[in-house]
Ligand binder design. Sequence first.
Ligand code: SF4
Length: 262
Amino acid sequence: MKSPRILPAPGPLPDEGGTLFLWVRRGLPLALAALALVGSTLHGAGRGWWMLIGVAALAAAWPSFLRGKAFLRNRTAIVRQDNLWANAFRPLARWLGQEDAWILSFCGHNNRRVRAAFGTRRARRALILLPHCIQMARCKAGILDDLQACYDCGLCPVGDYMNAALLNRWEGRISNRSHKAYREAREYRPDLIVAVSCADRLLKGLTKIPEIPSYVIPLSLPHGMCVDTDFSVPHLFAAMETLVEPRRPSGEIQPLRREGIA
Ligand code: SF4
């Protein structure tokens, strides 16, 4: 068994986006409620219908205000509703050429809520989900079966992740199929998922597993989809340090023995 090497200390979590999604998610129902109020004032004959529309609009906006414990208690319904909004406006965002920006704004909004929920009371049973495409395509190390098959050559993010996972006793899965990752997440029953993937798969994952709070980190795709992808390893470290109870053992850490190259 390899011994982990010491990694740089994680920094603070970066600021999350999410303003665009929140403007649409909360702003549209509130605008409709205001319109209904004006309509009920000006159109006395149809006041009942206007009131009904106003109440429905306020009910649609209400979940966007829930934070912390209230969010955790109602997370499945809240995340399902947010997913509906994200998916409903996705075609428009695509038409405007802003599909990824829209999805990442939704992810940022989700992350803000997860941070608010776990910032004070950290998760005890977290699971990291990573896509197999972060491994360099020409590397033959069998990391899908055994993460420690990685030679830690430094050519892809897997080596840094492996060392941090060993050092901190993180539970994680590297998967080459989304449905396998969802199944493993449901089987492990974590109280928090920290997932790395492309924008499309992050939205899909948040839609498929609304019952488990998930902090999501987007991949960068310097070589296109699914090939030699990359992500911010310090961002993952910061998320685990900030949102998850440490499981790191005390004691001196030995440097990793290098046993080969990719
Ligand atoms: S051996 Fe190198 S290229 Fe292969 S998975 Fe590990 S760090 Fe990535």
